[in-house]
Design a protein around this ligand. Structure first.
Ligand code: NA7
Length: 293
């Protein structure tokens, strides 16, 4: 297929690369054009504008920070929407929330195009190995068209009947993940402030029925002081914000999520926004006076 791909960050780059490796003819665009260089060297075409990247493609993918970034990419005379014609399919893999999924779907519809929200479960390593889980929602025909491309970037595709439902499912999963990491960091600080070794806490937690692979993966990173971003705190904060917004609109109460969001916002304010999500543990350990950054 001819695929336009916009947004070559931590997640977008490996996605576009895997689509290219699967044999699709990939045209790329990124705000910071230099990030496209390695893909262009491998045969991807570089578009001069979002509009050009979206024009004449079988599928157009986007993978950007949040709903504002998506808006910037889509709108205006040089935006993606201006490049879409009737029958085209736009697939957004960003976590941009429920409201954006609804409004972008409407805007695509107004042009006769179709919108698929396809947020990603998994971080950088899973993206590189094409082992992501993709939650895909939108009109059946558009999902059908997107299938072969989604298969090239993922190990599993979960189908939802609409784009807002897919966006909501992603927020549900990340609300659980956010609470797990926040609780883990806080419990590490509790144990460490009472003199228990972090490695022992992780070992005993893994022996309990509350064990999870994420505690092992993030625990190893915390022990090594390795906060290289696999999933940045600023993005995790955004996901909790989007969950809060969806909850407010739907009438759901999320007091735990509100506290998690506040903690992640504190981590961003402390200068850790670009660090990996597990650096919230670094903040909590520091606050408990048990470990220096
Ligand atoms: P990154 O690595 O922070 O990459 C973000 C991408 O979004 C990157 O290509 C940015 O371009 C692009 N971006 C950000 N703001 C804009 C605006 N205003 N206009 C155009 N492009 C923009 O994030 P990830 O790849 O880890 O995550 C992407 C999504 O997947 C996110 O929703 C996660 O929650 C899940 P740049 O290179 O900075 O010029």
């Amino acid at each position: 297929m001819r695929i336009g791909f916009l947004g070559l960050g931590t997640m977008g780059f490996p996605l576009a690369n895997n689509l290219r490796r699967a044999g699709h003819a990939v045209t790329v665009w990124n705000r910071t054009a230099a990030k496209a260089d390695p893909l262009v060297k491998k045969g991807a075409r570089l578009a001069r504008s979002p509009r050009e990247c979206a024009t004449g493609q079988d599928l157009v993918f986007t993978c950007v920070t949040d709903e504002q970034a998506l808006e910037t990419l889509l709108e205006g005379p040089d935006g993606v929407l201006a490049g879409l014609k009737a029958g085209d399919v736009l697939v957004d893999t960003s976590t941009a929330g429920v409201k954006a999924a609804r409004t972008v779907a409407e805007r695509c519809q107004a042009r006769g195009a179709q919108f698929v929200a396809a947020p990603l479960l998994g971080s950088k390593a899973a993206a590189e190995k094409a082992q992501l889980v993709v939650v895909m929602g939108g009109p059946a025909a558009a999902r059908e068209r997107a299938h072969p491309a989604v298969a090239a970037i993922s190990a599993r595709c979960v189908e939802m009947e609409s784009a807002p439902q897919a966006a909501l499912m992603k927020l549900v999963v990340n609300a659980v993940g956010g609470a797990m990491i926040a609780g883990f960091g806080e419990a590490l600080a509790l144990g460490a402030s009472g003199g228990i070794d972090l490695a022992r806490i992780i070992e005993v937690l893994q022996a309990s029925s509350f064990h999870s692979p994420i505690y092992l993966i993030k625990g190893e990173q915390i022990l090594a002081g390795d906060y290289e971003p696999r999933f940045a705190i600023a993005l995790a904060e955004k996901d909790q914000r989007l969950a809060q917004e969806a909850a407010a609109e739907q009438g759901a109460k999320m007091p735990v999520n509100a506290a998690v969001r506040r903690l992640f916002a504190d981590a961003v304010e402390s200068g850790r926004g670009g660090k990996d999500l597990c650096a919230v543990a670094e903040l909590l350990l520091e606050r408990a006076g048990t470990r220096k950054a």
